[in-house]
Design a protein. Structure first.
Length: 342
């Protein structure tokens, strides 16, 4: 997504992540950063930038891991993700402006000014916008202004466009045509958005989820693939093989479970899958079910979790859906959409 930081505003391109809380961008001086197409953010050029965030402040204490620069009583952070990616720097504040919300500025927004960043980030992105339930997430910081409501629409990877984020009334999805809604659940001790997945239907075959309800899967825009418990995944893969009806091709790197020649797969009609959440049936199409695996192959965009791992509804399954998180009503809504027009 596109956003602007500072005064004057400087454009940044960040990953939307509903599975974490911290907002951060790569900042000068960059001690050890991943390659970035656009210039690193220079806080010295912003008249509204402030790194005066005391170590004893609520914002600093909300970090899962923080240190204190005793000389300046400055809050330093060290943030890690499940895929071993990381960012380190100082917690600061500045004015944020979001693409599509150009008339609305959000001054004094807490974010991480990262000087040591690495992991599975690509050069197009300059950071990450955390949209989890924690106090430092964008939606938590702006909760009163945005009426506890935000939505996003993820564009296809090859569109050349940026996904957009909307707030408050502009975020309304539940009233859209073909929208469906499901309860947003929570578990004590973490900031994820849990949903209840009851079953998955493939080619007329409905596969029940044997993992008990009460929130058995999280929706996470920062994870690419759907990660499903081994029992559900095994039955689902078998049903997909039957639906497609082609001979699978082994991926040269053996990193994907199920792949097909892309030129053959595109000719197969009627590839669909329905995820049955409580009160909401979400129909996925080929773009959600398969992804480009390289080597002329398209590969299944779902994998089994490791033992005792958490099930995840990832961003591939969310492409071309307007997805609203209504924290006031504790529900998540899905509406099929052409996200390039969002």
């Amino acid at each position: 997504m596109k956003l602007a930081v500072g005064t004057p505003p400087v454009d940044q391109f960040a990953i939307l992540d509903t599975g974490s809380d911290l907002i951060w961008i790569q900042c000068q001086p960059c001690t050890d950063c991943y390659q970035q197409d656009s210039p690193f953010f220079d806080p010295s050029q912003s008249s509204t930038y402030s790194q005066n965030v005391p170590c004893t402040s609520n914002a600093c204490l909300a970090l899962p891991s923080s240190k204190c620069d005793g000389t300046n009583n400055q809050c330093l952070y060290d943030y890690h993700y499940g895929d071993k990616s990381y960012t380190k720097g100082e917690l600061a504040t500045d004015t944020f402006t979001f693409d599509g919300e150009s008339d609305t500025e959000f001054p004094g927004t807490f974010f991480g000014c990262g000087h040591i960043n690495g992991g599975l980030f690509n050069s197009h992105g300059s950071g990450l916008v955390g949209l989890g339930r924690g106090d430092l997430s964008l939606n938590s910081q702006l909760s009163n202004t945005i009426h506890n409501k935000f939505s996003y629409c993820l564009v296809p990877p090859n569109s050349g466009l940026n996904s957009k984020l909307k707030f408050a009334e502009d975020a309304d999805t539940a009233s859209a045509a073909n929208a469906v809604s499901t309860p947003m659940l929570s578990h004590d001790g973490n900031n994820y958005y849990y949903l209840n997945l009851e079953a998955v239907t493939v080619g007329g075959n409905t596969i029940q989820n044997q993992v008990s309800g009460g929130g058995n899967i999280i929706i996470d825009s920062g994870t690419t693939l759907n990660m499903l418990n081994p029992g559900l995944y095994s039955d689902l893969e078998a049903a997909v093989r039957a639906m497609v009806g082609l001979n699978p091709v082994q991926h040269p790197t053996q990193t994907s479970h199920l792949c097909y020649e892309a030129e053959s797969l595109i000719k197969v009609p009627g590839i669909q899958m329905t995820f049955h959440f409580t009160g909401a049936d979400v129909i996925l199409n080929t773009i959600n079910i398969f992804k480009n695996g390289g080597y002329g192959l398209d590969c299944f965009s779902m994998i089994p979790t490791k033992e005792d791992g958490i099930d995840i509804y990832g961003n591939r399954a969310q492409i071309n859906f307007q997805i609203e998180h209504d924290l006031g009503s504790n529900k998540i809504s899905f509406a099929p959409a052409d996200c390039t027009q969002f």
